[in-house]
Ligand binder design. Structure first.
Ligand code: ADP
Ligand code: MG
Ligand code: ZN
Length: 502
């Protein structure tokens, strides 16, 4: 049965309670693959980073990547999980052309980490606890490219190309327990969870977790049950959702779709679904297999993993400050609202501001330049703030020049423009472009006198008490000094000369 009519979101939530499960795959940033020494570097010639082991040749034997295990333990600890004292890998058997071994080396009933939680902060500041079922180690598959069809899908393709460079790259799969009680905020919780997890992974330094590059992807499981019910409904599983926004949209769409099916007396199939960026919809994939179908069995070619308690405690002691804790600390230090902090986060400016402050700027100025002028320019250029050709040290130098009165904001913007244009460091740009505030009181006084003489009418108005008219004279002086005067000081001088109180 296909349903074209969706139930409105509000209507769906009036009748049903959503239950979600999020499965996130993270590609680790290890130098070599999980079970062989092949490089993981992106962008290499297809199939140039393969060996008998990751190609599944007879007689080849895997060896586990120690950094992969260490990363898995770190992730587990950061997610407040228990770390297994002893666990094994398992073979998950199925055929797919991009998986030359005919099975994926994964973990099944003995994951390395289990029973944890991650607290995520919603947009209004409320904290929602997401319980973690498990985090286990596995490996990525190769990549197929279907050629000749219109859609890039296998359907209608004339042939397919296979690249095994990705086959065997370490993955950590993190699975939540069923998330209940989020109600209408379920899609927001899903997005916030994936966002928080991404920050966490980056803070641990185990992966860059770039969703747009497939380094982190999320499967969104969702079911509905009538409000007040205890028994979960049948879930659908929307696969490989690869942006935060899409995670939220996929959950929202599935809530509306399930509600439509259930309200009209239909049944939900336990199936995988594909998400479509263009319109935020999902379409049917394949009927979901059960775990038994995979004939999981312990991997006989790999020794069990038994992380010693001492080592686990060592790793725990070495964990960095967690992102949410750090964010709250910085928010207080900087004295900004939840909302402003969220914007800073969304702009990817947290670390840049921190570095600018470390280089000597005060928090307010650092924030002002990164979130103002630089964000505007990054937007215009369609790039990330971090990719702008200016360093936090250089921004700190601009802040210092303003604080010392050598530059006003307008000149500072020109200095930034110069730095971005490759004209050199801030001081060089100041020098080359001759951008210094006219702070010589004598020169400024002369400019003020000239402006008063040239605008006698306005000067009279000001003398008679219309102080607001001073703006025009300030403008004239700024023009005469090519913007290189301190406007506030100019105004003071004008009022002084005309004998009126500011
Ligand atoms: P599979 O490998 O079949 O996808 P997993 O157990 O790895 O199964 O993951 C299923 C995910 O869906 C988990 O996050 C789990 O908490 C969640 N889940 C299980 N049952 C339901 C349900 N009825 N509705 C929503 N989510 C569910
Ligand atoms: Mg799954
Ligand atoms: Zn290999």
């Amino acid at each position: 049965m296909t349903v074209t009519e969706l139930v409105s979101y509000e209507e769906a939530l009036a009748t049903f309670e959503p239950v979600m499960g999020l499965e996130v795959h993270v590609e680790l940033g290890t130098k070599t693959k999980m079970f062989c020494g092949c490089s993981t570097e992106l962008g290499a010639e297809p199939n140039s980073q393969t060996c008998p082991t990751c190609l599944g040749m007879p007689g080849s034997l895997p060896v586990v990547n120690a950094v992969g295990v260490e990363s898995a333990v770190k992730i587990g600890l950061a997610l407040n999980c228990e770390i297994a004292e002893w666990c094994r890998f398992a073979r998950k058997n199925y055929f797919y052309p991009d998986m030359p071994k005919n099975f994926q080396t994964s973990q099944y009933d003995e994951p390395i980490a289990f029973n944890g939680y991650l607290d995520v902060q919603l947009e209004d500041g409320e904290v929602f606890r997401v319980e973690i079922e498990r985090a286990h180690m596995e490996e990525d598959t190769g990549k197929s490219t279907h050629v000749g069809g219109a859609t890039g899908r296998i359907h209608g393709a004339s042939h397919s190309l296979l690249d095994y460079n990705r086959a065997g790259i370490p993955l950590i799969e993190i699975v939540t327990k069923p998330i209940t009680g989020a109600g209408e905020r379920a899609p927001e919780v899903a997005k916030a969870y994936v966002a928080e997890l991404r920050e966490l992974i980056k803070a641990l330094g185990v992966s860059e977790a770039r969703m747009e590059m497939g380094q982190m992807r999320c499967d969104v499981n969702l079911s509905l049950m009538p409000k007040g019910a205890q028994k979960f409904g049948t879930r659908s599983e929307t696969k490989n959702v690869n942006s935060l926004r899409s995670v939220e949209r996929a959950a929202r769409f599935e809530i509306q779709r399930h509600a439509a099916v259930l309200s009209s007396g239909g049944t939900i199939l336990q199936e995988t679904r594909h998400f479509h960026e263009e319109d935020g919809s999902t379409t049917s994939g394949r009927i979901k297999e059960e775990a038994e179908d995979y004939r999981y069995f312990p991997e006989p070619d790999l020794v069990p993993v038994a992380p010693s308690r001492e080592w686990v405690e060592e790793l725990r002691a070495g964990l960095p400050e967690l992102p949410r804790v750090r964010r709250n600390r910085l928010r207080e230090e900087w004295g900004v609202s939840e909302h402003d902090m969220q914007s800073i986060l969304n702009a990817g400016a947290v670390d840049l501001i921190v570095a600018t402050i470390e280089a000597g700027a005060d928090a307010a100025s650092a924030r002002k330049w990164w979130m103002g002028e630089l964000s505007r320019r990054a937007n215009e250029a369609g790039t990330d703030l971090a990719a702008m050709e200016i360093t936090p040290e250089q921004v700190a130098r601009v802040c210092a020049l303003v604080a010392e009165g050598f530059l006003n904001d307008k000149l500072a913007r020109q200095v930034i423009e110069g730095v971005l244009a490759g004209e050199g460091a801030p001081d060089e740009v100041v020098e080359k472009r001759g951008l210094k505030v006219v702070s010589d009181e004598g020169a400024l006084g002369t400019a003020v006198d000239e402006a008063i003489a040239a605008n006698a009418g306005i000067a009279d108005k000001i003398r008679s008490g219309k102080v607001a008219a001073a703006g025009a004279l300030v403008g004239a002086v700024m023009k005469a000094t090519r913007g290189q005067a301190d406007a506030a000081r100019v105004r003071e001088l004008i009022l002084e000369r005309l004998g009126v109180e500011g």
